[in-house]
Design a protein around this ligand. Structure first.
Ligand code: FDP
Length: 311
């Protein structure tokens, strides 16, 4: 498990909400440049990332751009990303763990992709309980951002360098209407297959193959997203530090639940920076049913008041 990281003398680190606001604003400012680069960085680099997946030029570009922008912030101490083996020490302060271009295999077919940022008050790898904020950007027909702190979740529209509040306090309905499950069906466990059969009688299937876009559907309509453990991937596909923890934090702060097979994703003991985990997130009712079917016990996190972290 991560230990408490070195603290910056910058007053913003003492004021974690101010630092999260600065990080969210910095990511938002980088977006127009990043979006433009999607048009020119669609080819494969010929190199694998630390998880053994082929990197697109856009993955590398997004990683370098975000490292240069976030690494300059006085309240950021460590920059880590899915695209580099080890964390980079950039100063003293909070640790940011970034999936620079989530779902990048969707670029070729011009479907949704995203950027995920987890902000940890600890050295990496860290527990999800060390998250003090998390955000994702969704590059869809419009560009939106979901920003979560201990005070709740706010959705923004990012347009021409401006950000406008779309939903001041994002809140998941108890049940919802959509589900999206990743991985080949024959590789699912029998318990998860039973659950999927039950869910598909009530909810509509929506799966696009980019975590941010698929989770955003669940946050918009309510429901459940899952990337379970597979026969050939017992630990699932998604990365704990860069994807699962930040997404679970956002969903739980919006009143939903997360699960990884034993407990909330946020309670997972971190062992390695690039470790993978099964991920189940969504509205309380479908998640409670899932937890019961897979054999655990549901706990609902406390949701507090929701002020916009960008105000
Ligand atoms: P990608 O491989 O395109 O980067 O993190 C990996 C990820 O996308 C997630 O964004 C997405 O949810 C998942 O993998 C998609 O996996 P499948 O191709 O197996 O559906």
């Amino acid at each position: 498990m991560g230990t408490s990281g070195p603290r910056s003398n910058d007053p913003e680190v003492a004021d974690e909400p101010a630092c999260i606001t600065t990080i969210a604003q910095t990511v938002a400012k980088a977006i127009p440049k990043l979006r433009t680069a999607f048009e020119t960085h669609r080819s494969y680099e010929g190199e694998d990332n630390p998880s053994g997946e082929e990197m697109l030029a856009a993955d590398v570009y997004a990683d370098e751009l975000l490292e240069s922008r976030l690494g300059k912030l006085a309240c950021v101490g460590t920059y880590a990303s899915e695209e580099r083996a080890d964390p980079t020490q950039v100063g003293t302060g909070l640790s940011v763990a970034v999936d620079p271009l989530d779902g990048s295999s969707n670029l070729g077919s011009n479907n949704g992709v995203g950027t995920i940022v987890g902000v940890y008050d600890s050295e990496l790898p860290a527990s999800g309980r060390d998250l003090v904020g998390a955000m994702y950007v969704l590059y869809g027909p419009t560009t939106t951002a979901m920003v979560a702190t201990d005070d709740g979740v706010t959705e923004y529209l990012l347009t021409q360098g401006q950000r406008k509040v779309l939903t001041p306090s994002v809140s998941l309905p108890d049940t919802g209407t959509v589900y999206g499950f990743g991985g080949p069906v024959p590789e699912w466990s029998s318990a998860f297959r039973r659950y999927a059969m039950s869910v598909q009688r009530r909810l509509k299937r929506r799966y696009g193959g980019a975590l941010v876009a698929d989770v955003n559907q669940v946050l918009s309509h309510g429901g459940v997203f899952a990337y379970p453990s597979l026969e050939t991937r017992p630990s699932g596909k998604l990365r704990l530090q860069f994807e699962a923890n930040p997404i679970a934090f956002i969903v739980e702060q919006a009143g939903g639940l997360s699960y990884q097979g034993d407990c909330s994703v946020l309670d997972t003991e971190p062992e390695r920076l690039h470790q993978r985990t099964p991920l189940f997130v969504g509205s309380p009712e479908p998640l409670a049913e899932l937890i019961e079917t897979l054999g655990g016990a549901a706990t609902n996190p406390t949701v507090t008041t929701r002020d916009s972290p960008w105000e």
